[in-house]
Design a protein. Structure first.
Length: 286
């Protein structure tokens, strides 16, 4: 079975796969990791529609000669969906109460809503809050959308510009135990909120940098700790911090924030930043 992706032959061998469904499942995951999504499928000259997927998946690969796959870049689809969303918000702002209800029922079924729900679930939740009951102001939703739009279209600049905020956030985390001890509960809560927002943004940007090819395939040899390991360790700290917060264990929250979250967040940020700069430098020398 010969496979072409965007008209380019794919050099692949099959070991345990026996059906087309098994092959495509692996390819789909590989393409997603590369920042692409399948847009169309052709088998032995026949275009496969959505209603035909289930039947063709069971076909044995030795009975298929040619498979042609077309893909779209996830970043491009995301940029288009965000642009559509901004136009949707503008339309929503000019509707009366009754029309807004009709708008929401139509919007929730749209391709834009479905794509955002799958790729940016947090943004989808904000959209629902705005379009369904107005709990989030449309202006706020526009600001959130425009920020994510910059993350998609200018991920390097958006990540680099975070450095000052990142350093300030880490300082707040290091001072969190003292804030808790001195009764500055409001300031401590604000520090946690800022830390959460900054962390979410870093992970969103990390994904964009990865799928758009701005990161090296592997971290640099002189890295103190591989990027993948840092991400795993940091996720473990986030889990511990969340559990301490659930138990209202202020002592543990302070210790985790100062001695674990702050240094690991800082190391993670600068490892990604260094990787991006090294990749950019390498490409410039080619």
């Amino acid at each position: 079975m010969n496979i072409k992706i965007n008209e380019r032959a794919l050099d692949v061998s099959f070991d345990n796969e026996s059906t087309l469904g098994e092959v495509l499942a692996g390819l789909e995951q590989w393409l997603e990791n590369m920042g692409h999504r399948v847009s169309s499928l052709n088998i032995d000259g026949e275009d496969i529609s959505a209603s035909m997927i289930e039947s063709v998946f069971s076909k044995e690969i030795d009975k298929i000669q040619h498979v042609s796959i077309q893909t779209n870049a996830i970043a491009e689809l995301m940029a288009a969906s965000l642009l559509n969303l901004i136009e949707d918000i503008k339309e929503y702002e000019h509707l009366d109460f009754k029309s807004k209800t009709i708008f929401f029922n139509k919007w929730i079924e749209s391709a834009t809503a479905q794509f955002i729900s799958a790729e940016i679930p947090d943004l989808h939740a904000f959209c629902v809050s705005t379009f369904s009951d107005g709990k989030i102001a449309s202006g706020t939703l526009t600001s959130i959308t425009e920020e994510i739009q910059r993350e998609v279209t200018e991920p390097i600049n958006e990540f680099t510009n975070m450095e000052t905020v990142l350093i300030d956030t880490c300082e707040r985390l290091e001072n969190l135990p003292l804030d808790i001890q001195t009764g500055k509960d409001s300031h401590a809560a604000q520090s946690i909120q800022i830390f959460t927002a900054v962390t979410e943004k870093i992970f969103r940007l990390y994904r964009q940098l990865s799928i758009q090819g701005y990161l090296s395939e592997s971290t640099q040899e002189d890295s103190i700790e591989p990027l993948e390991t840092q991400i795993t360790d940091f996720n473990n700290v986030l889990k511990e911090l969340f559990e301490a917060y659930e138990k209202n264990d202020s002592v543990l929250i302070g210790d985790l924030a100062e001695y674990e979250a702050s240094p690991k967040l800082k190391n993670l940020f600068f490892t990604i930043l260094k990787d991006v700069k090294n990749k950019d430098k390498t490409q410039g020398e080619l």
